[in-house]
Ligand binder design. Structure first.
Ligand code: NAD
Length: 256
C-alpha cells in the first residue's frame, strides 16, 4: 500500500518508533531511522522487510540537525511523504524539584522537535498534495499525572500542534493526527517499573501490576505492533479525511 513512499520515524531505534517503522515498512514504505543506541539491529529488521532503509542520527533537541535530517531524507529517497514525530524522553519529579535542564530537554525533544520536523517537511508534502504527519503524543496529551509536569505539558502541546497543522492543511492531501498510547512496555516505561520496584522493595512483576492498576483499567500494555497498525491506518486511503484527531490506545485510561 505504501510502495514508493518514504517515512521518517524519529526515535525509531527502540520501542514504539521501531514498531511503527516496521509496520510502515511491511506496507512497502522506505524508512529513515533516527535515534540513539544500536542502529544495526533495527536497520537489519527493516531491511528484512524488503524496503530501503537509511539512518540519520539527528539529535531531536537541535533544530539545525532536524533540518539536516529532513533534507537527507528528501535527497536520499526523492521525497518525505510520511513523518512520524515519535522521539521522546521522560523525567519524574514534583514541580518544585523539577530540574530546569530536564524541563528544557523534554520540551525540546517531546514537543518542539515535532514543530521543527513538521514545518520543514510540509512544503514537500504540499507540493505533492499528499502527506501524513503522525505525532506520537500520549494519554498524557489528554490527562495529567503527578510528577510529570514537563511531559504532560509537552504532550498537551503536541496535541494542540496536531490540530493546527490539520486545520491549516484541511483542504489538501496532507493530514496530521496524534496517537495517544497508555502504558507500552518499552525501555522508557521499564525504567519507571524498575524505579517503583526498587523504591518499595517489591518484585518487578508486582511493580508492573501496580503500575497498570493505578491508571490502565484493561490491565494490559498496548504494544508497538498495535500502534504501528494505527499508524498504517492513518496512512491508508481510509484515513484520507481523518484530520486533527488525538486517538488514544490506552486501555480506557482516559475514559475514567
Ligand atoms: P524508548 O525509550 O523505547 O524510545 C525512545 C526513542 O527516542 C529511542 O529511539 C531514543 O534513541 C530516541 N531519542 C531519545 N532522545 C532523542 C533525541 N534527543 N534525538 C533523537 N532521538 C532521541 O521510548 P518509547 O516508549 O518507545 O517512546 C516513544 C514515544 O512514545 C515517546 O514520545 C513517548 O513519550 C511516547 N509514549 C510512550 C509511552 C510508553 O508507555 N512507553 C506511552 C505514551 C507515549
Amino acid at each position: 500500500m505504501l510502495q514508493g513512499k518514504t517515512a521518517v520515524v524519529t526515535g525509531s531505534t527502540s520501542g514504539i518508533g521501531l514498531g511503527i517503522a516496521k509496520a510502515l515498512a511491511a506496507q512497502g514504505a522506505n524508512i529513515v531511522l533516527n535515534g540513539f543506541g544500536d542502529v544495526e539491529g533495527p536497520r537489519a529488521e527493516i531491511a528484512a522487510l524488503g524496503v530501503q532503509v537509511s539512518y540519520h542520527g539527528a539529535d531531536m533537541s537541535k533544530p539545525d540537525e532536524i533540518e539536516d535530517m529532513v533534507k537527507y531524507a528528501q535527497a536520499t529517497f526523492g521525497s518525505l511523504d510520511i513523518l512520524i514525530n515519535n522521539a521522546g524522553i521522560q523525567h519524574v519529579a514534583r514541580v518544585e524539584n523539577f530540574p530546569i535542564e530536564r524541563w528544557d530537554a523534554i520540551i525540546a525533544i517531546n514537543m518542539s522537535s515535532a514543530f521543527h520536523a513538521t514545518r520543514l517537511a510540509l512544503p514537500g508534502m504540499q507540493a505533492k498534495n499528499w502527506g501524513r504527519i503522525i505525532n506520537v503524543a500520549s494519554v498524557h496529551g489528554l490527562v495529567g499525572s503527578a510528577e510529570k509536569s514537563a511531559y504532560v505539558a509537552a504532550k498537551h502541546g503536541v496535541v494542540g500542534l496536531t490540530k493546527v497543522v490539520a486545520l491549516e492543511n484541511a483542504t489538501t492531501g496532507v493530514t496530521c493526527n496524534a496517537i495517544c498510547p497508555g502504558w507500552v512496555l518499552t525501555p522508557l516505561v521499564q525504567k519507571q517499573v524498575d524505579a517503583k520496584a526498587a523504591a518499595q522493595g517489591i518484585s518487578n512483576a508486582d511493580a508492573t501490576k501496580q503500575l497498570l492498576g493505578e491508571k490502565e483499567p484493561s490491565m494490559q500494555f498496548t504494544t508497538p505492533e498495535e500502534l504501528g497498525a494505527l499508524a498504517v491506518f492513518f496512512c491508508s486511503p481510509a484515513g484520507n479525511n481523518v484530520r486533527g484527531v488525538a486517538w488514544n490506545m490506552d486501555g480506557a485510561w482516559a475514559a475514567q
